[in-house]
Write a protein that binds this ligand. Sequence first.
Ligand code: SER
Length: 586
Amino acid sequence: MKTLGYLEIRALFLKHLEKHGHTIIPSASLVPENNPSVLFVNAGMFPLIPYLLGEPHPGGVRLANSQRSLRTIDIDEVGDATHLTTFEMLGNWSINDYFKEEALRITLSFFVDELGFDINKLSSSIFKGNDDAPKDEESIEIWKKLFKERGIDAKVGERIRELGKEDNWWEPDGGGPCGPDSETFYEVDGQLVEIGNDVFMQYLKKDGKYSPLGKHNVDFGGGLDRLAMVCQGLSSVYETDIYLPILKKVQELSKQEGIKSQRIIVDHIKAATWIIADGVVPGRTQREYILRRLIRRAIRHGKKLGIEGLFTRIIGEIAIEQFKPVHEGLEPRKKEILNILEEEEKKFNQTLEHGLKELEKLITKLNGRSFTNESGETFKIYETYGFPIEMTLEELENKGIEFDREKVERNHEKAYGEHQEKSRTASKGLFKGGMADTSEMSTKYHTATHLLLAALYSIVGPHIYQKGSNITTERLRLDFPNEEKLTDEQIQKVEDMINEQIQKGLPVTWKEMPKAEALKIVKYAAFEDKYGDIVKVYTIGSPESPFSQEVCGGPHVENTKTLGHFKIVKQENVAAGVKRIKAILE
Ligand code: SER
């Protein structure tokens, strides 16, 4: 096998897919666009859901990329050899184009011909069938054929394993386009490592029920970090060429051993740089909170390792250096990212001081007695001040307080369990994850946002463009630059103009064109690098005298008459010179 670097594998994959007629599309942001159902993009297919459901993609029917993704579900496992919070997923998609045979052929050829994997160590698994869908006999036959072409007699139950839904069925949390999948494995030191997954999307899961999708899509995904680990003959992703310099720096700063804590720092700080680069700042709610938790957890582990002084900037800088070739936002925002990290670190260090004071109080209260943790004090201190139990116990030990470690830990777990139960109930709705919200209502709000921008442009002035947009099924929200709040009269005019267009029943159409050409015809372009070289331009009204023209991925309604009545319900000041409008369709 060739020893390939992370970036080399990435480039080989994209070249391989290009050779097979795929358009390479850029990675979307970690923050989902106009999709309230998940906090972060968690798989390569996620930004493509509208297209997998039928919306035409400007790049055509064969697409590939390396998509940055974030999974908080695995956060507690980070620190082992293979789990990461943010990672890149190599992906290729057939949108109702090729199906199983070509997909598996492309996959196998990538591993064997491009990466030089030993065919003898490769194996696969397929879906064995259940009440919802039959056994994937076709994939068995395809795998046999593909192996045979390479001189291997592959047998079911050995090289081709038949597994159930838990292993060989893939669907986004909460439903969406889905189907049986076929995984590819590579044997490393007697262990099978999953290196890729081809999902055959023939079904749609909606309201818990499966129906035919009416299309045969393919969604391949493979974790790039894990591939690098296999290619480099390692047993941990943190030692691969892209992570090693970051790990080395953490080790250099550490005063004590602790590989798990060191990996957590590498993972969390690198994840934080990606998230900040995609426009999130640490805070108290949702995405902001996840970012804060990652940074603070890294800092706590830093303390455990005896790292002295502010260190997140040092690690962040190396992480940015390593990953700037794959995340285009890192280098230009480097200074800002590092400042945000350091600010958060300073804030947290203050909180930690308060935690130490709280601990002093506990010690005074004990008054020489031994510590039992009967009412989960260690957990409360952890919850309020971010003090991990290990640190608390260390402090107690230093102060000569006696305790039965096992009992203290048991009580800590108990308090933690009770808390988990409470927060599970509280956050059920929020973290459920799921498919892109392509429901009728959000599609309508999407089109209404275009109408709003065009009306603002014509009534308020040519300095208007979309600074931010957020759509739910209940309302649209648009941020745009303007010094003053709109007057009542302006609001009335904007509403009237939009309702007039809705009543006219204007057609909504789109055309693909090179980005340069699109830039000439649209008046306000809010797109950056998120679209490829060929873009889709949506036109509302006749192409000769359009009411609105915007670069956009869609989806949109076909005619404005379906929108109903447009009403602005709120206007806010979001930042200096930036105003926000919330509007509804009635
Ligand atoms: N969506 C599938 C996965 O995440 C394949 O890309 O594994």
